[in-house]
Design a binder for this molecule. Structure first.
Ligand SMILES: [Zn+2]
Length: 536
């Protein structure tokens, strides 16, 4: 075998296990075994042995295809009911969402909660929720991905200028919040999940149940969907801070059930803090070493996520992660060079090259919203809260909509009002219509500048950007045209709505964690084998 670095039969098996799981995951667990066998150019016997081994290791489970003819049913490999789970969170300026994600991309929303705009108000409850649900899933959790609406430094500290967050130590706050979770066993004070090797294969305990089955019976309203983000499901929308608590989907506390960890961790094995060596702190879970091997699995997540500080927890920029998800499951799939823009209260943007968002030298890229792409105005351009002047993001997003109507804005407040402005504009309200046109004009002008610079094949808009495109797509394209170079005007790249809409950041957080897991080293950590491939 050439091109994959595998030299021994064990390494080759490990390589093929990764390929097969990757194909199942990327295909949304919809492809049949025979399709996968053909796509991966495997011998039927080899595929059979691989599937058997992966099933035994709780990594795959086959179900008959819904429709088949006479004879043996066609089997579809998908997630094992006791298999790996990634906890993914999307932290917006006014709320956060936490979900459990299985191989293949099925998402079960665990909690949606508004926050007060302070770092403590956002991350302490999230840390507690991660600990609670992590304990419930037990050794199934292979990592936690957290998307945040701001640049992420390599050590996991985050700046969100609109909220006046400066160098917020997100891993430390999550860890602090986790320590307050009252539902954890007393010998697991920190409770952040880390995979502990194979456990209880034959006797699944309560924490080992399929996530969706649990939620279907104990929670009031989780959103569970096989095709992530593709529906117009209302749960796809961010929670409004104006109705605190209304979107909480309950969990262990709501159900009154307890799900003890099968493998209670040593109390000394609590999450490390930022001052400790991240590699030394990485016991169990998806190791930092796993990331070094992730390139073969479709992209190096280091370009999206900072280094792992708390074991199993990674923090990344929401726009970069939305771009990653769009490349895996959305409109940037198979696209060589794409421009992805994520609009919420302001906007972020990133270039996605060969399926990988360009995260910058330190991982703090994806900040196209802080380029001085604003229109010509009198006097010195306004100062952005990021410290730069004339930032494009000041003119695009919910904040700009509110500002145009003379309403109070900023601080992660006003999501509901911005949605009302969009609706009123559609109903013919003149003031609202002008506000939308002003925002769309600024968006189109900036897109034109980026198209001039980067020559992308396609431009994708997620979040509020997709809503703006739905309502004023023609105006958006017209606004950009005068700002395009002549050579670009002949066939400008299409500007399209994200297939994932508001779900991109959450799904990107999932993808980046699975990228680290779907490696020979990641799978070895799951099976408890020392050498990748020695267990097939
Ligand atoms: Zn700025």
């Amino acid at each position: 075998m050439t091109g994959n670095g595998a030299t021994t039969s064990g390494e080759l098996r490990a390589h093929n296990r990764v390929r097969l799981l990757r194909a199942v995951h990327d295909g949304g667990a919809t492809r049949t075994r025979s399709q996968l066998t053909r796509d991966l150019d495997l011998a039927r016997g080899t595929a059979s042995v691989l599937v058997g081994g992966l099933t035994e290791d709780r990594l795959l489970h086959e179900e008959p295809a819904p429709e088949h003819g006479r004879g043996r049913p066609t089997m579809i490999p998908g997630p094992h009911p006791h298999g790996p789970v990634v906890l993914a969170a999307d932290v917006r300026e006014d709320s956060w969402e936490l979900a459990a994600c299985e191989l293949g991309g099925r998402v079960t929303v665990l909690a949606v909660r508004p926050h007060d705009g302070t770092p403590e108000g956002a991350f302490l409850p999230l840390g507690a929720a991660i600990a609670t649900h992590g304990a419930r899933y037990g050794d199934r959790v292979v990592g936690v991905g957290v998307a945040v609406a701001g640049p992420v430094r390599p050590d996991g500290r985050v700046d969100v200028s609109h909220l006046r967050w400066r160098a917020i130590d997100v891993p430390a706050l999550l860890s602090q919040g986790a320590s307050t979770s009252r539902d954890l066993p007393s010998d697991n004070p920190a409770g952040l999940p880390a995979h502990q090797g194979p456990a209880a294969h034959g006797s699944p305990g309560p924490s080992d149940r399929p996530a969706h089955a649990n939620l279907a019976t104990t929670d009031p309203g989780p959103a569970d969907q096989r095709a992530p983000g593709l529906s117009g499901d209302p749960t796809d929308r961010p929670a409004r801070a104006e109705h605190p608590g209304s979107a909480e989907c309950g969990g262990m506390r709501a159900s009154g059930l307890r799900f003890p960890r099968q493998n209670a961790r040593d109390p000394a094995d609590r999450p490390a803090h930022a001052t400790e060596n991240p590699v030394a702190a990485d016991r169990g879970g998806v190791g930092a070493a796993g990331f070094g091997l992730a390139g073969q699995a479709g992209g190096d997540p280091l370009s999206v996520f900072g280094e792992m500080i708390v074991p199993g927890v990674r923090v990344g920029n929401d726009t970069a992660l939305a771009g990653l998800a769009e490349a895996r499951r959305g409109r940037l799939r198979g696209v060589g060079i794409g421009l992805h823009l994520h609009v919420d209260f302001d906007l972020g943007g990133v270039l996605v090259v060969g399926g990988r968002p360009l995260g910058g030298a330190s991982g703090a890229g994806a900040e196209f919203g802080h380029m001085a792409l604003g229109g010509p105005g009198a006097g010195e351009p306004a100062l952005c809260m990021c410290g730069a002047r004339g930032c494009w993001g000041m003119d695009v997003g919910a904040n700009a909509l509110l500002r145009h109507l003379g309403l109070e804005y900023g601080g992660g407040r006003g999501r509901g009002q911005a949605e009302e402005i969009l609706a009123r504009a559609e109903d013919g309200d003149e003031g609202a219509g002008e506000a939308v046109l002003a925002v769309v004009g600024a968006l189109g002008r900036g897109i034109a500048a980026l198209v001039n610079a980067h020559d992308p094949e396609v431009v994708t808009l997620s979040g509020l950007g997709a809503d703006l495109l739905d309502r004023a797509g023609a105006e958006l394209r017209a606004a950009g045209e005068p700002w395009l170079m002549t050579i670009r005007r002949e066939s400008p790249p299409p500007i399209v709505a994200s297939a994932l809409r508001w779900r991109g950041s959450l799904l990107g957080a999932m993808e980046a964690v699975f990228d680290a897991f779907l490696t020979p080293a990641g799978l070895a950590s799951w099976t408890g084998s020392d050498t990748p491939g020695n267990k097939v």
